[in-house]
Write a protein that binds this ligand. Structure first.
Ligand SMILES: Cc1cc2nc3c(=O)[nH]c(=O)nc-3n(C[C@H](O)[C@H](O)[C@H](O)COP(=O)(O)OP(=O)(O)OC[C@H]3O[C@@H](n4cnc5c(N)ncnc54)[C@H](O)[C@@H]3O)c2cc1C
Length: 854
């Protein structure tokens, strides 16, 4: 063997060994022993010169130092800790509360660079109890039947009194309230499925039901209320006698909700004939869901105690209290109109409202803990209501659009057969699959006791964004049919409502730019929070020990991620360990690869930018996108397993994961392109993309398979839209489209006979409706067959039709409602008349009272 070859073999031994040790995260001591052994062997058997060997042994010496704990603590860690303390980003109490909210779950595994798939796979598939299933099949189905979204949004401006009564009587507002207080005590999964179903029918109904079951008085009371407060309110909330709302947002403070100026001053005052120590409240809130009809107002304000009546603090900070809206000085009743979706939402004012201290949720010891309460609860609530709403909208859009695109013909072909339309249909189905998976897997984890704050933010942001994309695509596929408003339009209202979900519970731009990665970097990273706490430890020596431990573990972790990112990228992760040997195996491996790459990039971003990363919102957003893509892709894989790996869903799974992981690659690429420290960006690129950007987006062929799945009746189409309200009944176009689709499939042989007859010149009409008569006369089809075809074409014509109105009915103020829209239901007509009169009297509030609460 030539010297050169021997040298190459030695190099491979060292390099491969180092990669192996780092890849498998072998601990420092074992790695040092292994490196020492290899070097000894090289010294004895190799042919290195003296100087070269000396250099290698000196390098080995550097590796030995970290093993000498006391030495490294004094000589390395202490100075590093001093520098670190000066670099620590400033953190307000509210930021700290937000960071500490919830717990770390699968997001932590993805952050580790080496996800333990067994942890995810060991979670049981979420299941509905018999009682929950009966609720979905019974009251929930019935409520969907009762809802007439055109009447709600364009005629009545509200749900009908019967619907309100039905919702209260069947305890829709009490899904999260325990049975001991009269509630339904449903699982998070069941709660999510109910909201999904309602959202597939009416966003007004899903928003109305969603709020009391999410971040509202009931949730706050359950977690923080005193027993007396629970007994006082929960039975009434469960029975629907009390209507709750929660008011945080004010005109000055939207996204920066901690900046509210609404105040509560501790003082003496008269309450029920006696002088007591209470709180004098002044507030001005807006955008508050259910406020116009609320009986109990959850209120966030800043508490001050200038006379030190309850302690020695002047200021307590954000506090939450429950105020009956009948209390003198509380103003409710005026309404906003959120993009034509008239769920009850409006402002509330309070002027010098005096209430007892006992109104503070949790009593006086919870004074100043309001922000912490809110962010804790948001860490769960955000994973349920809005993502389920988006998923429900997606399911309805998929079901309807799949059928519509098959039934609607242009150029003698179903529009679904055109590749351009197929692309939109594929996105509709794939995005809906992702939303379904994310909601089911995450709510299932919540039911197992997790409080996944970062996944909740991921779901809030991505499901509502995917919902918006689905709504856009569905509108495009429907053409004019989606645009003409009227009772027959089943898309336009949910399309208009999409920005609502984008804005509430943390507006999306902020959630993407600041929260997902910002919170993840500190909470999910295995060492950052430990380092942060160690640096802030009052006992400096203990701080040094803790910091030393975290720092060296962190260095090992970074080296390992570099090795893993490089090796997995070089090998396309083909050899990485995954939990299953199924057709989805490669996707687990892709996630393994990007997990290591992401962990490496995140570490270097934090190391080189430190506190400045908070201002570099676009870098943070892109890293957040990578984390989100991996989380959603994992949810898709787990959902597929939870559903028993149905083979017909494979195209949806493949399209979803491939789309998400392609997005992860592109976002990492953009992150590196824009990383301000160019040498570091170059170094990272060498490890993350040594072979370039090799991951491709889904192939067109895959899209074609998905189009087949959702444009034909079948189990995959039904499974994808399982929670949507698809019952075939006159008021439900989504169900009627399925009925027509099934009929078109059954009648396909007859239609083929008509086409053949036309080719043979037996009939000559172009339009299928006219062909039926000619074919019957020419005895190409029997009278019975003609009658079946006629009935189908009547249904089809009705489904393809849009509404039109008398000219004087178009406009905000209608002169009179004597002429009705051609297809408006009778109930809508009488409502239209009374509303037209009411509209004349009411006008939008033009002048607003000046804020007076500071
Ligand atoms: C229909 C509806 C129902 C609601 N229901 C309730 C309710 O029941 N109770 C309640 O208390 N509130 C409620 N809200 C209020 C809601 O939570 C706020 O609208 C939301 O927090 C955003 O505040 P804003 O509208 O004032 O927007 P702004 O705070 O003015 O934000 C404007 C834009 O700037 C972005 N932005 C702000 N700061 C940053 C940043 N640091 N980095 C990046 N981007 C940033 C935001 O993402 C947004 O896109 C509701 C709102 C709506 C529309």
């Amino acid at each position: 063997m030539s010297d050169f070859l021997v040298s190459v073999l030695w190099f491979l031994l060292f390099f491969g060994g180092a990669i192996y040790l780092a890849y498998n995260r072998v601990n420092l001591f074992t790695s040092t022993v292994a490196a020492g052994g290899a070097l000894l062997a090289y010294t004895i058997f190799g042919s290195g010169s003296f100087l070269w060997l000396l250099f290698l042994w000196l390098m080995f010496g550097v590796l030995v130092v970290p093993n000498l704990r006391d030495f490294r603590r004094e000589k390395v860690t202490r100075p590093a800790l001093d520098i670190y303390r000066t670099m620590l980003p400033s953190m307000s109490d509210t930021e700290r509360d937000a960071l500490e909210a919830g717990n770390v779950w699968w997001d932590g595994e993805l952050f580790s660079g080496m996800p333990d798939w067994d942890r995810l796979m060991s979670f049981p598939a979420p299941k509905l109890s018999d009682e929950e299933q009966a609720f979905l099949d019974g009251p929930c189905e019935e409520l969907c039947r009762m809802l007439d979204d055109w009447d709600i949004s364009h005629e009545r401006g509200d749900m009908s009194p019967e619907v309100w009564q039905f919702i209260k009587k069947n305890r829709f507002f009490a899904m999260i309230i325990p049975k001991q207080y009269g509630g339904l005590e449903f699982s998070a999964y069941a709660n999510a499925m109910v909201i999904t179903k309602l959202a597939s029918r009416s966003t007004t109904a899903s928003s109305t039901v969603g709020v009391p079951n999410s971040l509202g008085p009931a949730e706050l009371l359950l977690h923080y209320g005193t027993e007396e407060q629970k007994q006082r309110y929960l039975p009434g909330l469960a029975a629907g006698d009390e209507i709750p709302c929660f008011a945080l947002t004010s005109p000055q403070a939207g996204s920066d909700a901690a900046a509210i100026i609404d105040s509560g001053v501790v003082c003496r005052g008269e309450w029920e004939g006696e002088e007591i120590v209470g709180i004098r409240l002044n507030w001005e809130k807006r955008y508050i869901t259910l406020a116009p009809v609320a009986t109990v107002l959850g209120l966030a304000f800043k508490l001050y105690d200038p006379d030190h009546l309850i302690g020695d603090q002047d200021e307590y900070g954000i506090t939450a209290a429950l105020i009956p809206t009948s209390t003198p000085g509380v103003e409710i009743g005026r309404r906003h109109l959120p993009l034509g979706t008239p769920f009850q939402n409006g402002p509330t004012l309070g002027r010098d409202v005096f209430v007892p201290l006992e109104y503070v949720i949790g009593g006086r010891e919870m004074a100043g803990k309001g922000w912490k309460m809110l962010v804790e609860l948001l860490s769960v609530g955000r994973a349920i209501t809005l993502p389920s709403t988006a998923s429900g909208g997606g399911q309805a859009a998929t079901y309807a659009t799949g059928a519509y695109a098959q039934l609607r013909k242009q150029f003698n072909l179903p529009v679904a057969r055109f590749e351009g339309v197929g692309e939109a249909l594929t996105r509709i189905a794939g995005h809906t699959y992702i939303m379904n998976a994310a909601v089911a897997v995450t709510s299932g984890a919540i039911d197992q006791g997790e409080k996944p704050a970062v996944p909740a933010a991921i779901l809030k942001y991505h499901c509502t964004e995917l919902g918006r994309k689905v709504a856009n695509d569905a509108m495009d596929v429907h053409g004019g049919k989606g645009i003409m408003m009227g009772p027959r339009n089943y898309l336009g209202r949910s399309y208009m409502a999409t920005p609502i979900a984008i804005t509430v519970e943390g507006a999306n731009i902020l959630t993407r730019s600041l929260i997902i990665f910002g919170q993840g970097a500190i909470r999910c990273h295995p060492f950052v929070l430990r380092e942060l706490y160690a640096a802030q430890e009052e006992n400096r020596e203990q701080g040094l020990i803790d910091f030393d431990d975290a720092l060296f573990s962190h260095i090992g972790y970074a080296i390992s991620n570099a090795a893993r990112a490089f090796f997995l990228a070089l090998t396309h992760a083909k050899f990485s360990r995954v939990p299953l040997n199924t057709p989805t195996r490669r996707y687990y491996q892709n996630i393994n690869r990007y997990s290591a790459a992401f962990a490496l990039a995140a570490d270097f971003a934090m190391l080189t930018l430190g506190g400045k990363l908070k201002q570099k919102e676009l870098l943070s957003a892109r890293l957040g996108d990578v984390l989100s893509s991996m989380y959603l892709a994992s949810a898709v894989l787990k959902h597929f397993e939870n559903q028993g790996r149905p083979a017909s869903d494979l195209p949806l799974v493949e399209w979803s994961v491939r789309t998400l992981m392609y997005n992860a690659q592109e976002q990492l690429h953009s992150f590196l392109r824009n990383f301000p420290n160019r040498p570091v960006a170059f170094f990272l690129r060498c490890f993350i993309f040594p072979r370039g950007r090799t991951y491709s987006s889904p192939a067109d062929e895959l899209g074609q398979k998905i189009v087949e799945l959702i444009t034909r009746s079948g189990e995959a189409r039904e499974r994808l839209c399982r929670q949507a309200y698809t019952t075939i009944e006159p008021g439900n176009p989504v169900g009627l489209l399925q009925e027509a689709l099934a009929l078109s499939e059954a009648l396909a042989p007859l239609e083929q006979r008509l086409r053949q007859a036309r080719k043979e010149g037996l009939i000559d009409a172009e339009y299928p409706g006219h062909q039926i008569e000619q074919a019957a006369n020419a005895e190409v089809i029997s009278e019975d067959e003609a009658s079946r075809l006629r009935s189908y074409h009547e249904k089809l014509t009705a489904l393809m039709a849009v509404d039109d109105f008398p000219a004087d009915q178009i406009g905000r103020v209608r002169a009179a409602a004597d002429d009705e829209p051609q297809s408006a239901a009778p109930v809508a007509r009488s409502a239209a008349r009374s509303k037209a009169a009411a509209r004349k009297k009411s006008s939008p509030r033009r002048k607003k009272a000046a804020p007076d609460n500071d």
